[in-house]
Design a protein around this ligand. Structure first.
Ligand SMILES: Cc1ncc(COP(=O)(O)O)c(C=O)c1O
Length: 452
């Protein structure tokens, strides 16, 4: 496949029927790669770096299930491990050997991890990390950064908005109807990468704060030199637990995640996505002093935190995770995938530059994002200057050339080959040329509207 040979087949009748049914039955619609109805698709299967729709169109996939497929889709050793576990049963509630072995592997890998708890998703992991911190500090308020996404919990679905005006710091703005009105009063919002403002908020509210939660790579915006260190310092000074949300960065930026790459160790960490390669799993890990609030012995001595669920420590997800960690530990794994990611990113950067459009790429080697703005990207408000309409067009132009990407990130996997990168760069070149052309063309002349 190349962009020259990729010709998107029109949806078959079967796919059209499925799309119509989904429109009727699934009100939130399951995510599509494009907002353009004409480009809607239903996925049939995925393998390696490729994903195929029900009409037989095969795309190179940089969405990767929103990040978890770091080894690519249906990796043979993961499929083998999952198949073997399926034969042994899929849910016990009681603890199993895969869960214990995975706990041990996480403690070895993640700098802050002394103890571990298992959950069903990244949203659950951030939710339970904050509950642990609240119990430990005996305080309720949470400080999060504007624009940071920590999943669907009521307390964190605040001030991630793209469509509304932000409020003055530290006021929180709920991002969804249905969140009880009182919740936002327990949430404080700070600007990422601005340590002066953040410190002032922490100092003012130190006695009310249960924790500070941060994506160490804020969406795709890297921390400024010294920002995470200073955040660590001020939270440690007041004894406020610092939570790293490493649902995206854990095991992706490095085997020990962002805390290894950036050299800053939080008190607690939430993991998801990459660790289990698309199998439902969320993880909280961190200092024993805080994690041990979940120990049943505390049930009668106070401070006990309930953390369990039907899928906690699910043996299939844990077996998948163990197989994935074996692959990630192979010598040269990160060097190879990072090199491929950097090559794609550098190519994207120079193609964007050649268009003369205001644009830049930010992020790390295997997770990065093009932004159509010249403004230095340091936080949510600078990201709001980007031209989202142009980005939408760009995503559609790529999809028409056989490349699937979210409206935000490019996720690169170990399954993306050099040939995939070549094909993608050629598609990017064509898509950007068309984008440029469409914008320099005079607007279509329209007949004056009849008054009626
Ligand atoms: C940084 C971060 N935290 C938490 C979550 C929530 O994870 P999940 O979708 O597994 O609930 C996401 C999901 O995209 C995320 O990007």
């Amino acid at each position: 496949m190349s962009p020259a040979t990729f010709e998107r087949k029109a949806p078959t009748e079967h796919e059209r029927e499925l799309l119509a049914k989904s429109g009727r039955l699934l009100p939130c619609g399951v995510r599509n790669a494009s907002f353009t109805p004409e480009l809607a698709m239903v996925i049939r299967d995925a393998r390696g770096s490729r994903i195929t729709d029900c009409s037989g169109n095969e795309y190179i996939d940089y969405l990767l299930g929103s990040g978890p497929m770091f080894l690519g889709h249906a990796h043979p050793s993961v499929v083998k491990a999952v198949r073997a576990q399926l034969e042994k049963g899929t849910a016990y509630l009681m603890i199993s050997e895969p869960a214990i072995r995975l706990g041990e592997a996480i403690v070895e890998a993640v700098p802050c991890a002394e103890q571990v708890s298992f959950h069903g998703s990244g949203s659950e992991a951030t939710f339970f990390a904050m509950r642990l911190a609240r119990a430990h500090r005996e305080r309720d308020k949470v400080l999060k950064f504007e624009g940071a996404y920590h999943g669907m919990g009521d307390a964190v679905l605040m001030s991630t908005q793209w469509t509304r005006q932000p409020a003055d710091f530290p006021e929180a703005v709920p991002d969804s109807a249905g969140i009880p009105g009182h919740v936002r009063h327990d949430v404080l919002i700070a600007p990422f990468n601005d340590i002066e403002t953040t410190t002032a908020i922490v100092e003012k509210h130190a006695n009310e704060l249960a924790c500070v939660i941060v994506e160490p790579l804020h969406r795709t915006i890297p921390p400024r030199d010294g920002f995470l260190e200073a955040l660590r310092q001020v939270t440690a000074h007041y004894g406020i637990p610092l939570i790293f949300d490493e649902v995206v960065t854990g095991f992706r930026l490095a085997y020990g995640g962002a805390q290894e790459l950036y050299g800053v160790t939080p008190d607690l960490c939430a993991l998801g996505k990459t660790i289990s390669g698309g199998h439902p799993l969320g993880v909280v890990c961190g200092r024993e002093e805080i994690m041990s609030h979940a120990a049943p012995e505390r049930m009668f001595s106070g401070g006990y935190v309930r953390l369990t669920g039907t899928f906690s420590g699910n043996p299939v997800s844990c077996a998948a995770a163990l197989a994935i960690l074996e692959e990630l530990k192979k010598p040269g794994f990160y060097e190879a995938v990072n090199a491929r990611g950097r090559r794609l990113r550098a190519g994207l950067e120079s193609l964007l530059q050649a268009t003369g459009l205001p644009a830049q790429v930010v992020g790390e080697a295997t997770v990065f994002q093009p932004w159509f703005t010249r403004e230095a990207l340091v936080d949510h408000r600078s990201a709001l200057t980007a031209d989202s309409g142009r980005n939408r067009k760009f995503v559609d132009l790529l999809l028409r050339r056989g490349i699937v990407k979210a409206h935000e990130k490019f996720f690169v996997s170990a399954a993306h080959s050099d040939e995939d990168v070549e094909i993608t760069l050629a598609a990017l070149e064509e898509a950007l040329a068309e984008l440029r052309e469409s914008e320099s063309a005079p607007p279509p002349t329209t007949a004056p509207r009849a008054r009626g």
